[in-house]
Design a protein around this ligand. Structure first.
Ligand SMILES: *Cc1c(COP(=O)(O)O)cnc(C)c1O
Ligand SMILES: [Zn+2]
Length: 413
């Protein structure tokens, strides 16, 4: 390979260089990003990485961006928090939260994937960028496009949370609400990418976008002191994140940056949209698309682009997948907030609820190190909690009124 990374067909092994391509024209397989890891291994070691600023660009050699790429955006390197109180509540130990609910700049893990995709959008000469989104991607593309001076067109299902719509429009992006499901929005975007010279981050730039997720794996390993966890629990929508986290761990082993050790990869979905979890639980590698009906809009993809690969990494790692009903999602959000002071969005509720089931069933055990991926911020999905956390009536500003209401107010919602 003449460059450190390029697109390759996993089927016929043909190389395609770099560009906004997704499918092998010979055998119609989805292309994959491949790296010249032996050359990369000569460029980086632990000390080099540790000497760099704490953001995703410290792993630049392992990302599909030009060596000279310099981003002004300090994306990623979010906290890895020990979660002893949540662990005790769930009946396990060794639990950590990878807290992407505070990722810069838009408070979700999507900031990682967008940073990588937009770096290449510019390199490929796109002046207009966009995406099909379930919410968080919309926020991140809009924000980062504004920063880079790119025009942004964002397509979303019309039923998204108001906070996610507002937090897209505020950046001056063109926000197109589509009367349909995410899968219909995505199909529309695929057609748009064929007719216009637009860089749609999760459509024609998808191979670059998806690779940004590997940085979650790199950071987890580095923050654990350059070792791999025993288990990760990852919320799944299209399945890009879970597959690239697995890829990231493998690359670190191959480069000798961490000792080899098995990582079980666990997936989590909402019960109201669980095409990947359903197949994983049936032990099959075939996805049957679903019509989403869940409060967890961020994970509501009925026909996941990386679903097949997600099933493969879950099976190959001896992992599993679990789902969570709307009630379990709400309880998961509240448990995470009450035990560890982290307010995650509905996807976090899914992850916590799924982890509870994996622990209950003995798939995650005491004495193991387990990382829960908290991928988005609860302030964007407060609608899901409004009915569950009603306000008390306002009090007269009198001590007597306070004393008279004390018993009632002392009971938590
Ligand atoms: C998009 C998203 C995911 C899942 O990402 P995929 O790579 O599509 O599986 C998880 N959590 C949140 C909060 C998201 O916005
Ligand atoms: Zn091919």
């Amino acid at each position: 390979m003449s460059q450190l990374f390029q697109l390759q067909c996993p089927q016929c092994r043909r190389y395609f260089g770099n560009g906004p391509l997704t499918i092998c024209e010979e055998c119609f397989s989805p292309l994959e990003m491949s790296y010249d890891l032996s050359s990369i291994g000569r460029l980086i070691d632990r000390a080099t990485i540790e000497s760099r600023p704490q953001n995703i660009w410290r792993y630049a050699e392992l990302l599909p961006v030009a060596a000279e790429h310099r981003s002004g955006l300090p994306v990623g390197f979010t906290p890895l928090l020990a979660a002893p109180t949540l662990a005790r509540r769930l009946g396990v130990d060794g639990l950590y939260l990878k807290n992407d609910s505070v990722c810069f700049p838009t408070l979700s893990f999507k900031d990682r994937v967008v940073a990588v995709a937009l770096a290449q959008a510019r390199a490929f000469g796109f002046e207009v960028v966009g995406c099909a989104s379930t919410g968080n991607l919309a926020n991140s593309v809009a924000a980062q496009a504004a920063r880079l001076g790119l025009e942004a067109w964002i397509f979303v299902p019309s039923d998204l949370e108001p906070a996610k719509l507002l937090a897209t429009a505020v950046y001056g992006a063109h926000l197109v609400r589509v009367d349909g499901t995410y899968d219909q929005v995505n199909r529309l975007c695929a057609e748009i990418a064929e007719t216009r010279r637009w860089g749609l981050v999760n459509v024609n730039l998808r191979n670059y976008y998806a690779e940004g997720s590997k940085t979650v794996a790199y950071e987890i390993a580095e923050q654990l002191g350059w070792r791999l966890p025993d288990n990760v629990v990852v919320p799944m929508a299209g399945g890009a994140q879970i597959t690239r986290i697995a890829k990231g761990f493998s690359e670190l082993v191959e480069l000798g940056l961490v000792p080899q050790s098995p990582v079980r990869i666990f997936g989590a979905q909402a019960a109201g949209c669980s095409p990947i979890t359903t197949a994983a639980q049936q032990g099959v590698l075939e996805i049957v698309p679903q019509q989403p009906a869940t409060i967890c809009h961020s994970l509501a993809i009925g026909n996941p682009a990386d679903g097949y690969r997600a099933l493969q990494v879950i099976a190959a790692s001896d992992g599993f997948a679990e789902d969570a009903t709307d009630d379990e999602i709400i309880r998961g959000i509240r448990m995470l907030a009450e035990t560890e002071g982290v307010f995650g969005e509905t996807a976090a509720g899914v992850t916590v609820a799924a982890a509870g089931k994996l622990i209950r069933d003995g798939r995650i055990k005491r004495g193991e190190t387990t990382v829960l991926c908290i991928t988005g911020n609860g302030l964007k999905t407060t609608d899901a909690l409004v009915a569950d956390l009603p306000f008390e009536p306002a009090l007269a500003p009198k001590l007597a009124a306070f004393e008279a209401s004390l018993d009632r107010l002392a009971v938590p919602a």
